[in-house]
Design a protein around this ligand. Sequence first.
Ligand SMILES: [Zn+2]
Ligand SMILES: [Zn+2]
Length: 486
Amino acid sequence: MSSFVAPWLADSRRYLKSPRESAPRRPARFVAGGAVIASLLLFAGCREEADAPQEPVRPYFIQRVPWAETGVWLKADLHVHSKFSDGSHSITELAAAAVRNGCDVLAVTDHADHDRDGASAEYFAELDAARRRHPELILFAGLEWNVPPYGGDEHAAVIAPINPTERSLLSGFKARFDDYGRHEKTKDPELATAAIGWLHSQSRSGAGDLPVVIYHHPGRKRAHTMSLVDEMVKLREAGSVVVGFEGAPGHQRGPVNGAYDQRLKTIDRWDTSAANVGDAWDELTRRGHHVSGAIASSDFHNRENANVSDYLPGEFSETWLFAPARSSPGVLAALRAGTTFAAHGHVVRQVQLKVSAPGLPRPAIGGEILRIAAGTPLTIQVDLIVPDVDWQGATNTMDEVELILISSSSARPLRRARLSNRGASSCRHTLTSPDGAWSVRARGRRVVADGPDLLFYTNPVHVLSQSDSLSTSGRSAASLKSDDHE
Ligand SMILES: [Zn+2]
Ligand SMILES: [Zn+2]
């Protein structure tokens, strides 16, 4: 397989003109896995050592992914429905379809409605049977939660670690925190945050066995997706289980893409929160909430309905996890760390966004936080593999790869590169690091003549960049604040 390096297009006024034109520095806060890493702490450490010998900041990781060089790629569908709610297929049939379409991971997230059978004894009996029949598949139990108190308008997945408490976790959660379909609806405006707090309290041995919560189809019923920001922040502050949102909704097969039949529509099949530069995802990033939007699910219910029709698990939408191991804990660790990308139509494989700097032992990948001196020369690189054929066996292309820069004051396209070949490719862009806290994410596009296009999205790499120097002891103190993903 040949390797191809694409030149970035450099002809747009939208692009960053000069790194020195970046916005004035503002206090930045990094939130990772629920743990707040206040950059002010780092700078405070610097000031405390005013008399210590100063040296330029050498790049280092504030937050790193231990499996960055050893991870394995796993294909996932994290949102499907079975006959235990309003799906048309059994769990066994869903598992077989997922395996047939190349999935390593499937989460069966039946509705948590009071009058449905998600997380029932019968649900778990069939789930166990499907696990025995498909031991090659990492098959998670989950629920699609009607997030209170909105009368069930908003949904989020609760995905349980595979362990002996998954049954009591999900059935207990459903009984306590989902009132959809019940005669008596709660009036408690804090029930959603209480639910997240309860999930957070369910760990027996630390964050490694916590469930994860993924917000679903955020733009389906909203007037604008920026309203997602405050809700996500509120939920995340209630407990470190809310890891992301569906950047692309399911229901991709029907004429109304995503079943977005109200005010907002999808943009090339993706939710506006991810597709619009500067929308909710970038605003969350800017506020230091590092959530994963690189999630594309099938939301499979059935194929028969004329208006809302779905692709099978793994058939069209893909979430790819770069995980420490092929296991339940490995999958959940990848979701917490944000080491994912997502794509439609099987147009790309093994996408890694990387930021490298002189003196850094290896490039930083999506989900990681770098500390560097402002003015450091950096290389931002997107590595990817473009398969010869797409999901339908037709000749495949990846026409364009784009970088998006999120700074303290704005989010904007940074660079675009055109691709013309297949196989292993790499797009590289060099820049001098702007001052302040900033992040970069990537997306790629295969142009479809009569639309919509087929895209992939990565999660961001985060950079904390400051122009002053940092004493050796100050850097050491700051390093102790680093938050590795285990
Ligand atoms: Zn839903
Ligand atoms: Zn659903």
